[in-house]
Design a protein around this ligand. Structure first.
Ligand code: SAM
Length: 335
């Protein structure tokens, strides 16, 4: 069996500049924020892969185990899929596990990710799986799904969304994203969602504030990126990583906390900000669910759950369309 490859876009080092006005607008919110996907420049993606090897970040290993155990069931339920789309594949190792267990030989694979590093890693990893025609798209989930909806495949499609990527979205945005998936796939298609479940606070906090400081480096690298790409002057020593469990909202939050009163300039946005001691920038939300909440979210978006597997506080859910897509399912760009 030979490996098929379509023309791959040039992914040499061409940093996708964070959009200045979006960064400026987020930094002026109350509380101050930064868009989460900016965490993933080359170094950010490399640090995330290191996080996946930490013993305290169980999502990566548990989901791999679930996929290794249930890959054949997933293929049996999904049926004769011709296209697999993965949103935010990271290293691509999980897709290798899933596709390595398939029966059908030729398969089109589309990888959608904002990170050049992730697309390159995933593309390399999938090189080990025969029979794949791999296409890479450097895009947000929303833009990638909108493109799919615009030019739908005639083949049955499996959309894969792993690593609890869904948890980075507030409830209304997660609903919109799932509806965009519903719009992007035709009848007979399916979606596979991996999501982290609620677990004891101490366990959650260790996963997002590890004793080696890798997650802290991942979070603080966002400031390195803004300094490099936007000419900001964040003093790295002036901000500390903090992870918080917000029980009321059922999410872990990552923050960068100002250690003193300080000023930060973002000249490209003609912005000067004053941070008080203890004031923070909220950089990531990671919602934790129950298995039932995941089924409800999928139902709201027009999917019925075909199978759900749980292990060690993590769930893999395979769902298929339960009704035709409606106009209210249209993809959104406003996250
Ligand atoms: C938490 S990592 C998970 C990676 C992989 N799914 C896994 O389970 O190991 C999130 C991945 O999605 C990408 N990503 C994050 N936010 C994104 C967005 N809004 N649109 C597209 N890609 C995004 C990141 O670059 C990264 O590769």
């Amino acid at each position: 069996m030979s490996t098929l490859r379509s023309a791959v876009p040039d992914l040499t080092e061409t940093p996708r500049l964070p959009v200045v006005h979006e960064v400026a607008e987020h930094l002026q919110r109350t509380p101050r924020q930064l868009p989460t996907h900016y965490l993933y420049d080359r170094l950010g993606s490399t640090l995330f892969e290191a996080i996946c090897h930490l013993p305290w970040y169980r999502i990566a290993t548990v989901e791999q185990q679930l996929l290794a155990t249930h890959a054949r069931d997933i293929h049996a339920i999904a049926g004769p899929v011709g296209v697999v789309v993965e949103l935010g594949p990271g290293s691509g190792e999980k897709l290798v596990t899933l596709l390595g267990a398939r029966q059908r030989a030729a398969l089109q694979v589309r990888l959608i990710d904002v990170s050049v590093e992730a697309l390159e890693q995933a593309s390399r990893a999938l090189g080990a799986v025969p029979g794949l025609d791999v296409q890479l798209a450097r895009a947000t989930y929303e833009d990638g799904l909108a493109q799919l909806a615009h030019a739908p495949s005639v083949d049955q499609t499996l959309v894969v969304f792993l690593g609890s990527n869904i948890g980075n979205f507030d409830s209304a945005d997660a609903d919109r994203l799932l509806r965009a998936m519903r719009t992007a796939v035709g009848p007979g298609s399916s979606v596979l969602i991996g999501a982290d479940l609620v677990k004891p606070e101490a366990e959650l906090l260790l996963a997002y504030d590890d004793p080696l400081g890798v997650t802290a480096a991942f979070n603080r690298n966002l400031l390195v990126r803004l300094n490099r790409e936007l000419g900001a002057d964040f003093d790295l020593g002036g901000f500390a990583h903090r992870a918080v469990w917000n029980a009321g909202a059922s999410r872990v939050e990552m923050h960068l906390v100002s250690l003193r009163r300080q000023h930060v300039c973002l000249p490209s946005a003609a912005l000067e900000l004053t941070f008080e001691a203890g004031e923070s920038i909220w950089t990531e939300r990671s919602y934790k669910y129950t298995a039932g909440q995941l089924r409800d979210m999928l139902a709201r978006a027009g999917f019925g759950v075909a199978a759900q597997w749980e292990r060690d506080g993590f769930a893999l859910t395979l769902a298929t369309p339960s009704r035709p897509a409606t106009t209210s399912d249209q993809p959104t760009h406003d996250h």
